[in-house]
Design a protein around this ligand. Structure first.
Ligand code: FDA
Length: 395
């Protein structure tokens, strides 16, 4: 059987793979992107509620988690958010800043995928979907891929297979297995940017409040904190505050939630009990909190009646329930709904400049498959663009 020869094969036609393929094809490298899914960029299409939060005005290494926090510096500084925004502008794709520097398409995430495919086509890169890779062999010079569509060989192999989240969208552990095949460490994987589930005890008292959203400050045991919206659901706690903190949470740990950031309940009670002493505690709390949530705190901390009648002990109970509520999640919703996989291929044996493996010349890892995880807010796509670009300059 004949073996089709390529200079570069990129496995995975998602955000990072497409970007890498565009760049390598532009350099005149005969480039093939392989993917087992039926269409490219599926996660781009479903991202940002269908509008793709494609980058952020404020990209810095501090927005990323990795065992080596410096790893992202080079790629992020050589292909920046401004470079990607310039590309989006060149295609006249309308976009807007939603909040906190997060840039979303005005119309549809399809605009981004269409742009990337046009770039790939213009550069002369080839795309082959619905192809399963059965094995990756290696004769020391060339990689030899056995696929359901025939055998292929290449001098440079780029692994852009992403993480494990949303298995129904084509996620697989292929990249991690290939990394191990070449002696790379894969750091412990975990679903992240993901909602939390209730423990059995909290479920009983909290799930009736589902649908309520409120700004909170949530802190992890390592001190990382976010002040953002939290959404109470039947299953647990969700919303941007919870997704962000999930990057910093380990199973078995607790989170601390302040349901009224900026209002110190103890101090406020002391100040208001004289002038507003006849108000019920519930009525008083509804100046800041949704009524059902205020009722919940009153019931749970067993403080009935008027402000003036509260004992010191009751005031403390109420304030700790509202300002310092320890939440011990039962777990998370897992890869079914997670936006990313935390950790991945250890960056210690990867060049931060080129994304090339130090174990095998010509082998590259880009995007989410690496041990690089961004915050919610366009950071993960920027990593995909920047790391894909970096490998695309040399592969
Ligand atoms: P990506 O997952 O995009 O691509 C991997 C590709 O490899 C896929 O096409 C897959 O089919 C293919 N593949 C996997 N295994 C294979 C195999 N064995 N053989 C062949 N092909 C294989 N980020 C952000 O910055 N802003 C946002 O708005 C969002 N929103 C968002 C919403 C949802 C619901 C999710 C799940 C995720 C996000 N993200 C996000 C995260 C973002 O989508 C993610 O970090 C990037 O898509 C990662 O890009 P990659 O190219 O590394 O992987």
């Amino acid at each position: 059987m004949t073996v089709q020869q390529w200079d570069v094969i990129v496995i995975g036609a998602g955000a990072a793979g497409l970007f890498c393929g565009i760049e390598s094809a532009r350099r005149g490298r005969r480039t093939l992107l392989l993917d087992h899914a039926n269409k490219p960029g599926k996660k781009i299409l479903m991202s940002g509620g269908g509008r793709c939060n494609f980058t952020n005005f404020d990209i810095t290494p501090e927005h990323y988690l990795s065992a080596n926090p410096h790893f992202v510096r080079s790629a992020l500084s050589r292909y920046t958010q401004w470079d990607f925004i310039a590309l989006v502008d060149r295609y006249a794709i309308p976009y807007h800043e939603k909040t906190l520097g997060q840039l979303f398409c005005d119309n549809s995430a399809k605009d981004i995928v269409t742009m990337l495919l046009a770039e790939l086509d213009d550069a002369g890169g080839q795309l082959q979907m619905q192809t399963d890779i059965l094995s990756v062999g290696d004769d020391g010079e060339q990689f030899v891929l056995s696929t359901t569509e025939g055998d292929l060989s290449c001098a440079s192999l780029v692994v852009a297979t992403g993480g494990l989240s949303i298995p129904t969208m084509g996620a697989s552990d292929f990249g991690y297995r290939l990394a191990r095949q070449y002696g790379h460490e894969v750091r412990d994987l975990r679903a992240s940017l993901v909602p939390f589930t209730w423990n059995t005890q909290d479920k009983t008292s909290w799930s009736a409040l589902s649908g309520i959203s409120a700004p909170v400050t949530v802190s992890a045991e390592n001190g990382q904190a976010f002040t953002l919206d939290c959404l109470i659901t039947h299953r647990g706690l969700s919303g941007p505050a919870m997704l962000q903190i999930s990057n910093y949470w380990q199973p078995g740990q607790s989170l601390m939630i302040d349901w009224l950031p900026g209002v110190d309940i103890s101090a406020q009670l002391a100040a208001d009990r004289h002038q507003q002493g006849r108000k019920t505690v519930k009525g008083w709390l509804t100046q800041w909190l949704p009524q059902r949530l205020a009722e919940h705190f009153v019931e749970q901390s067993q403080v009935q009646g008027a402000l003036a009648d509260l004992t010191r002990e009751q005031s403390l109970r109420l304030s700790s329930m509202i300002n310092h509520w320890p939440f011990r999640p039962g777990g998370t919703e897992g890869y079914r709904t997670a936006e990313v996989t935390l950790a991945g291929v250890d960056t210690q044996a990867i060049s931060s400049k080129t994304m090339m493996s130090s174990k095998r010349q010509g082998l590259y890892f880009v995007g989410e498959v690496l041990d690089v995880t961004g915050w919610l807010g366009g950071y993960n796509f920027q990593w995909a663009w920047s790391s894909g670009w970096a490998a695309g300059q040399v592969c």
